[in-house]
Design a protein around this ligand. Structure first.
Ligand SMILES: [Zn+2]
Length: 195
């Protein structure tokens, strides 16, 4: 088994590992010191006991940041591009690249709409409308349609930076659409023995 050399017992910390997504408690890693023997609280590196990868904690920061959003099985997607783009959006989230999350989510929605039968070469708003009008957006989520039209457009057309909350909400919406369009039909097929 591989392990990190000279790793030390340090103050236990609970965090979501940005590499594997597990919610863990670790008390193994390294610390910054100014006297050579004790931590001065300026920084720690924790080692995840699930994936064995390190995460740096400075004052008020975690690098890589936690994985945001559900992890989907690759096998639910007929189209690998959707899986890759969704993962890319999650990676952007980990490095606080919120406007880039918006751009990925925008591409995702357009691509999902085409997968669902929309014509190619339409604009973003038309694709969101297509998903809405063809009932891929559930009734109780209709109030999301306007929000997504606005935020998705901002990410591409105007010089407006998206913030963390915008990015999280876009991922929440995409996650719901992916569950409706790919995950639920896949599970139904599997459950009824077709796959
Ligand atoms: Zn991990």
């Amino acid at each position: 088994m591989n392990y990190w050399n000279f790793v030390q017992k340090i103050m236990s910390k609970n965090y979501i590992c940005g590499h594997c997504g597990n919610d863990i408690n670790s008390n193994e890693g390294y610390y910054i010191t100014s006297n050579g023997s004790t931590s001065n609280g300026a920084g720690y590196i924790y080692i995840c006991h699930h994936c064995n990868k390190p995460t740096y904690f400075g004052i008020g920061e975690q690098i890589p940041g936690p994985i945001y959003g559900k992890k989907f099985d690759e096998e639910i997607f007929e189209d690998n591009l959707i899986y890759s783009l969704y993962n890319e959006a999650q990676k952007c989230m980990k490095v606080n690249a919120y406007t880039s999350v918006g751009m990925c989510c925008r591409k995702l929605l357009m691509h999902i709409a085409v997968n669902c039968g929309a014509e190619e070469n339409k604009n973003f708003t038309e694709y969101v409308n297509y998903l809405d009008e063809n009932n891929y957006v559930p009734t109780n989520c209709k109030n999301w349609v306007d929000i997504i039209r606005t935020k998705g457009n901002e990410a591409n057309h105007e010089i407006v930076l998206l913030n963390k909350n915008d990015a999280e909400q876009l991922i929440n919406f995409i996650q719901m659409i992916i569950a409706v369009v790919y995950e639920m039909p896949y599970q139904a097929k599997k459950y009824s023995g077709e796959e």
